[in-house]
Design a protein around this ligand. Structure first.
Ligand SMILES: Cc1cc2nc3c(=O)[nH]c(=O)nc-3n(C[C@H](O)[C@H](O)[C@H](O)COP(=O)(O)OP(=O)(O)OC[C@H]3O[C@@H](n4cnc5c(N)ncnc54)[C@H](O)[C@@H]3O)c2cc1C
Length: 356
């Protein structure tokens, strides 16, 4: 296991931003990961676990500790005819994993095609898209406990999954390194068409679409929105959605709607109309952060220095070429300030910020 020093982190992130790591280790096995943890302890240095760097903003000064990149590979498959359990090493590429299981006609992850990053990154924020979340098909997660250096197996029920949340980014943050994720997928299962745009695409079909057709459709919708990594596409230097969709109570929504209407009336402006939302947990609604951002004065393509809002999706903050982390954070703060002032909602950042 090689221990490198002063390694630039920008190329390891989809933002292409960030200074160097004091130490950098590529871990190809669980043993390598344990050794990296021991090395960080010996140096009394903090340890950061890197996957595909697609949900990450690294500070301009970099990180003064140890960055360990999870790079183990391999997929095991067990099937009973009706279901298959695919145990994929954390370092496997997520989108390639989706393609491989869809190709074998297993259902359960087809709507999450085209999401960048590693398999190990997926349980961390309970990745989801187009009406599907990984929590609905994760069977188990294997992880290294950094405090005991023992391996732990988490059945899905112990992962504390919620919206963009799990034990791995909340109560167990900085404690576990995911080394393998088991997905239980249905053989010959029907594709999940809960998301309106996706369902509409097949509304006139007499035959239901195949899993492969749906995953390809998702990739093409993503590409239209600049949410698929395509070389040379200027909207791709991002971490995807920069903010979570806020979940608020129904009564809070009613208060905000009344306040916004009153303020528009007082200022002699056209009312913005009903605030778009979806049902969430009972009594709660999920708002569209992208809509709030646009209403607060940040249209697609908005620029502040070298940081900008994607020209195809208001929820993505992009590096317009040579942006610094400082510029990205300045735009984030400006967006948050104006959304808070207009709607009384504090937007929560989705990507992880790694600094000193
Ligand atoms: C264009 C684009 C589109 C995107 N679309 C979506 C989307 O539709 N839905 C969605 O949910 N996300 C989306 N994302 C965000 C991102 O792709 C996912 O969150 C992805 O799962 C992150 O995985 P990663 O391996 O890149 O993690 P990284 O970015 O490397 O790390 C993110 C966090 O996870 C931790 N982590 C990573 N691997 C491990 C591990 N093995 N063990 C423990 N902790 C680990 C890191 O320490 C860090 O805290 C998008 C990003 C981009 C750039």
């Amino acid at each position: 296991m090689e221990i490198l020093e002063q390694v630039a982190l920008a190329p390891y992130t989809t933002f292409r931003i960030g200074g160097p790591a004091r130490w950098f280790i590529e871990a190809a096995s669980e043993d390598d990961l344990a050794q990296a943890v021991t090395f960080a302890r010996e140096k009394s240095a903090p340890l950061f676990v890197l996957g595909g760097g697609s949900n990450l903003l690294v500070s301009d000064k970099g990180f003064s500790g140890v960055v360990v990149r999870v790079a183990n590979r391999g997929i095991r498959e067990e099937s009973n005819g009706e279901y298959g359990v695919f145990s994929a090493a954390a370092g496997e590429d997520w989108d390639q994993f989706v393609s491989a299981v869809v190709e074998k006609d297993y259902a359960g992850v087809e709507c999450m095609a085209g999401i960048p990053g590693t398999v190990g990154g997926t349980p961390v924020q309970n990745v989801g898209a187009y009406g599907q979340e990984v929590s609905s098909t994760i069977h188990s997660v294997r992880a290294l406990d950094r405090t005991t250096l023992q391996m732990v197996d988490f059945p899905a029920a112990k992962c504390q999954f919620g919206y963009r949340r799990s034990i791995f980014n909340s109560t167990g943050r900085d404690r576990y390194i995911v080394t393998e994720v088991g997905y239980r997928l249905r053989y010959h299962g029907a594709p999940h068409l809960a998301y309106p745009d996706l369902a509409a695409a097949y509304a006139d079909n007499t035959e239901p679409p195949t899993l492969k057709q749906v995953s390809e459709k998702v990739r093409s919708i993503r590409q239209q929105k600049g949410m698929l990594l395509v070389d040379g596409d200027p909207d791709c230097l991002s971490a995807g959605s920069f903010f979570k969709n806020p979940v608020i109570s129904e009564s809070h929504l009613a208060d905000i709607s009344a306040r916004v209407a009153k303020e528009a009336h007082r200022a002699g402006q056209v009312e913005v109309g009903p605030i778009p939302h979806f049902a969430a947990d009972p009594g709660s609604v999920k708002l569209l952060a992208g809509w709030l951002i646009e209403q607060a004065g940040f249209p697609k393509g908005f620029a502040l220095g070298a940081a900008g809002v994607s020209s195809r999706h208001t929820l993505a903050i992009v590096n317009r070429g040579d942006a610094t982390a400082k510029e990205i954070l300045a735009l984030r703060d400006e967006i948050r300030r104006r959304v808070l002032a207009q709607f009384g909602i504090c937007l929560e950042q989705e990507p992880v910020y790694l600094a000193q």
